[in-house]
Design a binder for this molecule. Structure first.
Ligand code: CMP
Length: 157
């Protein structure tokens, strides 16, 4: 019985750790898709050690974008953001790696490309704070919510 409880505790810990720390969600945004940067950005993601758990080319509707970015609905740039994110296809993906959320945000760089470190995806491919080429979840909790917004369990591997 003690052995079973111990095994369950280890399972719960592993499950929790996996759920909490090893997945993030990303979108290669319409500006980067339009400019033909999908391949170069995926190469950076692969080289940084992320495994692709789910991926698709998709086009968000206005309703999708309003729901996805609901947290920003009171911000002055909300309308501009919805228009931008719906003007063309995006690549949505769930990525896996230890410390995925934090490491991916390091890889993509600051929200404003003017502040992004050399070599980061936004420094290389983003034009402005609004049209900033790529999204990365800001927490494990949001990574799970955002991933589930775009992918069902059977589309995630
Ligand atoms: P991201 O951090 O992926 O998600 C929120 C998005 O809102 C952000 O990328 C930008 O695309 C956009 N955004 C953030 N700040 C501004 C701003 N000051 N002006 C216009 N767009 C912004």
């Amino acid at each position: 019985m003690l052995g079973f409880c111990f095994q369950m505790a280890i399972f719960a810990q592993n499950f929790n750790t996996q759920m909490r720390t090893n997945r993030t969600f990303t979108m290669i945004k319409p500006d980067a898709v339009e400019k033909g940067h999908i391949g170069a950005i995926l190469e950076k993601i692969n080289s940084a050690g992320f495994r692709i758990a789910a991926m698709k080319l998709t086009h968000m509707t206005t309703a999708d974008a309003k729901e996805f970015y609901a947290i920003h609905k009171e911000r002055p740039f909300f309308g501009e953001l919805v228009e931008y994110m719906t003007r063309g296809p995006i690549v949505a993906a769930i990525l896996e790696k230890d410390n995925a959320v934090e490491d991916f945000r390091t890889l993509i760089g600051a929200t404003n490309p003017a502040d992004a470190a050399e070599g980061t995806i936004r420094k290389l491919y983003a034009a402005s704070i609004g049209e900033n080429a790529i999204h990365g979840s800001d927490s494990d909790e949001n990574a799970a919510i955002e991933g589930a917004f775009h992918f069902s369990g059977r589309d995630t591997f």
